[in-house]
Ligand binder design. Structure first.
Ligand code: GRF
Length: 225
C-alpha cells in the first residue's frame, strides 16, 4: 500500500446506512455526530421497513437519501425482503449498517453479508434482558444497574460481540418511563462513539469478543454513572 492510498483511506468517511422502523431518535443522534466533517463516518442513507416511521420526517429534513422497503409487501418471505434491502444498500454503496430501532429479524444470509459491518443498539446491558420491554423487566427483576449496548449483529437476536456499553444506576423510585429516558440518553451517547470506533477500523473481533485498539472493551465511561 502506498503512502498516498493510506492517506486516502484515512480520509475516507465510511458510507453508512441507518435502518429504522420508528421514531428514530438514535438515528438523529448518529446524524448529529456525523455532521462533523472530522467524524469518520458519513450517513448517506436512511432506510425504513415502515412507510410511516416517524424518523423518516427527521431524515427528510436533514436532506439524507431515504428508502422504504415495506416488509408487508413481501408477506412471510423474509429472504425476499432481505434481498430487496440488500439491493438498496448496494445501490447506495453502503459500507456499514447501523440498526436503530429496526424491528425486523434478518436472515442468516443477510447477516453473513454484513458480518462485523452491521451494528445494533439494544436498550439493556447484554446479555441481560434480550428482546422487548427491557426497562419493565429490569425494574421487575430489581436490577440495580441497567443500560444500553452497541454490538455487532449476528444471526441470533440481541447477541453478538459487544462494542460498547453505557450503564445507569436504577433508582428506587424509577418507573419504566424515567428509566427508559435515562437509558435513551445513554444510547444517544454511545452509538455515535461506537460507530466512530468501527468506522476508524479500531474494532476487531477475536474469539467472539471485540478488541478496541487491540485491548478489551473498557468499562462504561464514568459520565454515564
Ligand atoms: C431504542 O431504545 C433502541 O435501543 C431499540 O429501539 C429503540 C429505538 O428508539 N433497539 P429510536 O427509534 O432510536 O428512538
Amino acid at each position: 500500500m502506498t503512502a498516498r492510498s493510506t492517506l486516502a483511506e484515512a480520509l475516507h468517511r465510511k458510507r453508512v446506512a441507518v435502518l429504522i422502523s420508528g421514531r428514530g431518535s438514535n438515528m438523529a443522534a448518529l446524524l448529529e455526530a456525523a455532521r462533523d466533517p472530522a467524524f469518520s463516518a458519513e450517513i448517506v442513507l436512511i432506510a425504513s421497513n415502515r412507510p410511516d416511521a416517524g424518523g423518516l420526517v427527521t431524515a427528510r429534513d436533514a436532506g439524507i437519501a431515504l428508502e422504504v422497503v415495506d416488509h408487508t409487501k413481501f408477506g412471510k418471505d423474509r429472504a425476499a425482503f432481505d434481498a430487496a434491502l440488500q439491493a438498496v444498500l448496494e445501490k447506495h454503496r453502503i459500507e456499514l449498517v447501523c440498526l436503530a430501532g429496526f424491528m425486523r429479524l434478518l436472515t442468516e444470509g443477510f447477516v453473513a453479508q454484513w458480518q462485523e459491518r452491521m451494528l445494533n443498539i439494544h436498550p439493556a446491558l447484554l446479555p441481560a434482558f434480550k428482546g422487548l420491554d427491557t426497562h419493565r423487566r429490569a425494574l421487575e427483576a430489581g436490577a440495580k444497574t441497567h443500560g444500553a449496548t452497541v454490538h455487532f449483529v449476528v444471526p441470533e437476536m440481541d447477541a453478538g460481540p459487544i462494542i460498547m456499553q453505557g450503564a445507569v444506576a436504577v433508582q428506587d423510585d424509577d418507573t419504566e418511563a424515567t428509566l427508559s429516558a435515562r437509558v435513551l440518553a445513554v444510547e444517544h451517547r454511545i452509538y455515535p462513539l461506537a460507530l466512530k470506533l468501527v468506522a476508524e477500523g479500531r474494532v476487531r473481533v477475536a474469539d467472539g469478543r471485540c478488541l478496541i485498539d487491540g485491548k478489551p472493551v473498557p468499562e462504561s465511561p464514568a459520565f454515564f454513572a
